[in-house]
Ligand binder design. Structure first.
Ligand SMILES: Nc1ncnc2c1ncn2[C@@H]1O[C@H](COP(=O)(O)OP(=O)(O)OP(=O)(O)O)[C@@H](O)[C@H]1O
Ligand SMILES: [Mg+2]
Length: 312
C-alpha cells in the first residue's frame, strides 16, 4: 500500500533521507522510529507529496506521488502532521465541518462523516466542545478524526502520541488499532520506541536518513540482538552450575539468583544446545531454560547508538 524506491531527499551535509526502500502492506501498522533528526518527518512529507524527492520514487496504492497525481494521493491519504494548528473560537463540530468543506464533501453527507470519524476516535462526546478548550490528548484525537473525514485508505501520522501522558498514549494506541481493524493501512512515526512495539505489525528503524532495520518486532530483536540472555533453572548445587556456565565458550557472564543462573551468551543459537549438553554432562540438573525477552528499546539504542553519542 505504501512503497518507496530509493527515495532520497538530500538537504546537504548528510541531512535528509537516503535511498529509502519501504514496503507497508495493506491493513498493517508500520512503526517508523528513529532519533530526532533522523528523517521521519522528511519521509512523511515526501509520502504525502508536500516536498519533492531529490531522487527515487514513492507510491501509495501503486499511484506514484507526483504533482500530477496530487489529487488522487490526497484522497488516498489521511495525514496528521506533528504539529497542527487549531482554529480559535470554533466548536469541534464546526472545526470538522470546515475540513469536510475543504475536502469538498457534499453538505448532506458531512454530518454522517463527522459522526463516523468521531466514533472511530472515541471522541463523540467532544462534538460541542470548543477546540481551544481541549487538552492535548483530546486535540490529538480530533486531529486524528480530521484525517478520517474523506475516508482515506492510508493514514500517515507523525508522532501521534507526542506529548501525551501515559493514559492518553494507551488510548491513542487503542484508537490506532481500531483503525487498523477497519482496514486502514497506518504509518506512524515516533522517537519513543516502546510505545510502538505493542501496536505495530512492522517496524522500521531509521538512523541518519537510512533504514537500519526493517521487519516485525520479533525479527528485528532476533537479527540485531548481539547477546542472548538465558535463564537456566537448576535442581543441583548452584555454584557448580555457575562455574560450568562461565567455563563455556561465548558465555560473557553467569550470575546466580535463587535456583536460577542468568547467563549472558554471545554465541550462536546452535551452540546453546552444546551448552545444555555440557551442563548435563557435568551433572548439573537443568530443570528449565528460557530466553529473556529481548528488549526492543535496548536494540533500538544499540543500533542508533552512534547518533546518540554524537548528540551527547
Ligand atoms: N527544510 C529543510 N532544510 C534543511 N534541512 C532540513 C529541512 N527539513 C529537515 N531538515 C534536516 O533533515 C534532517 C531530518 O529531519 P526530520 O525533520 O525529517 O527528522 P525527524 O526524524 O522527523 O526528527 P524529529 O524526531 O525531531 O521530529 C535533520 O537533520 C533536519 O535538520
Ligand atoms: Mg519529525
Amino acid at each position: 500500500m505504501i512503497r518507496t524506491e530509493k527515495l532520497t531527499r538530500d538537504y546537504g551535509a548528510g541531512r535528509g533521507i537516503l535511498d529509502l526502500d519501504l514496503k507497508v502492506p495493506k491493513g498493517t501498522i508500520f512503526g517508523y522510529v528513529g532519533p530526532n533528526g533522523s528523517g521521519k518527518t522528511t519521509t512523511i512529507k515526501l509520502l504525502c507529496g508536500l516536498i519533492r524527492p531529490t531522487h527515487g520514487r514513492a507510491f501509495i496504492d501503486d499511484v506514484e506521488v507526483t504533482p500530477h497525481n496530487s489529487h488522487r494521493i490526497k484522497r488516498l491519504i489521511g495525514y496528521m502532521p506533528d504539529i497542527f494548528g487549531v482554529y480559535e473560537q470554533m466548536s469541534v463540530w464546526e472545526y470538522l465541518d470546515f475540513f469536510c468543506a475543504a475536502y469538498r464533501i457534499p453538505v448532506k453527507e458531512r454530518e454522517k462523516r463527522v459522526q463516523s470519524a468521531l466514533k472511530l476516535t472515541d471522541a463523540t462526546y467532544m462534538l460541542d466542545y470548543q477546540v481551544t478548550s481541549l487538552s492535548r490528548g483530546m486535540r490529538q484525537r480530533i486531529g486524528l478524526a480530521r484525517t478520517l473525514l474523506h475516508g482515506p485508505e492510508v493514514l500517515i501520522l507523525d508522532e501521534p502520541a507526542g506529548g501525551l501522558d501515559p493514559n492518553a498514549r494507551i488510548e491513542m494506541r487503542q484508537t490506532i488499532q481500531r483503525l487498523r481493524d477497519v482496514g486502514k493501512t497506518i504509518l506512524l512515526s515516533s522517537h519513543i520506541l516502546p510505545e510502538l512495539a505493542s501496536v505495530c505489525d512492522l517496524v522500521g528503524i531509521l538512523k541518519k536518513g537510512q533504514l537500519v532495520a526493517h521487519g516485525t518486532v520479533a525479527e528485528i530483536t532476533d537479527s540485531l540482538q548481539e547477546r542472548l540472555i538465558l535463564v537456566v533453572g537448576v535442581d543441583s548445587e548452584i555454584t557448580k552450575a555457575v562455574r560450568c556456565c562461565v567455563q563455556f565458550p561465548n558465555v560473557d557472564e553467569a550470575i546466580a539468583s535463587g535456583n536460577e543462573v542468568r547467563v549472558v551468551f554471545s554465541g550462536t543459537r546452535g551452540e546453546l544446545a552444546d551448552l545444555t549438553e555440557s551442563l548435563v554432562k557435568q551433572e548439573v540438573r537443568v530443570t528449565s531454560l528460557r530466553e529473556e525477552e529481548a528488549d526492543l528499546e535496548q536494540v533500538f539504542l544499540s543500533v542508533t547508538n552512534e547518533v546518540k553519542s554524537e548528540d551527547a
